[in-house]
Ligand binder design. Sequence first.
Ligand SMILES: Nc1ncnc2c1ncn2[C@@H]1O[C@H](COP(=O)(O)OP(=O)(O)OP(=O)(O)O)[C@@H](O)[C@H]1O
Length: 231
Amino acid sequence: MSVIEFRSVCKTYDRRRVIDDLSLKIEAKERVVLFGPSGCGKSTVLHLIAGFIVPDKGDILINGELVATAKKNIREAGQRGVGMVFQDLALWPHMTVAENVEFGLKAKRVPEKQCKQRVKEIIDLVGLSDYLNASPGELSGGQQQRVALARTLVVAPAIVLMDEPLSTLDEALNVQLRHEILRLYNELNFTLVYVTHNRDEAESLGTRTIYLRQGRIDSALGIVGRVHFEY
Ligand SMILES: Nc1ncnc2c1ncn2[C@@H]1O[C@H](COP(=O)(O)OP(=O)(O)OP(=O)(O)O)[C@@H](O)[C@H]1O
């Protein structure tokens, strides 16, 4: 059984079909990169998986369960075991690092003691244990991105969606954070769907790349396996 499955999914904005009869399957623990030109629908695919938007047609299944079908979410965003890291980190500036990370656990009403323990573990894992009480404004771009990763991963999502999370970082930091993402993946064992424009990121992070073009899997390049970037 696939972890994520799209069956003939369509999504239209303003009468323009952005996702066009898209069928795909993603298996447990895969690291799938979505790659393709600007506007081809990569972020829209993530938003459909997360449940932020609904398809116009087609079905979306997670772990074999129907979570969305034509014009309706059957399982809402918060109930899919899906976490998302955005390009825009959207950290809460008035909260400390620990409070930012703890937020998702509190929302799930995890008991206080367990909450603190889990926050400490994940902040250690991203190498920020000296910054628990810092505010995001006091951190570098790379450190802020680590907080964003920790905040998503603290609730142990089975599926992690990342939408160009490293695109604002310089090359050195970008490479360093790629290693961190792989290390976190090896520790925490989630299924990763990763959107990027950066070929190096795609090659180093993906076990498989899906090429999209105009909301469809590119018929020439859409196959999978180790990537050949003649794009
Ligand atoms: N909420 C929306 N309302 C209207 N059109 C939208 C909306 N979201 C996305 N679109 C349009 O859908 C198309 C696909 O957008 P999407 O963000 O999925 O592309 P993308 O491949 O992620 O692009 P990029 O690489 O530039 O981020 C674009 O033409 C975009 O303008």
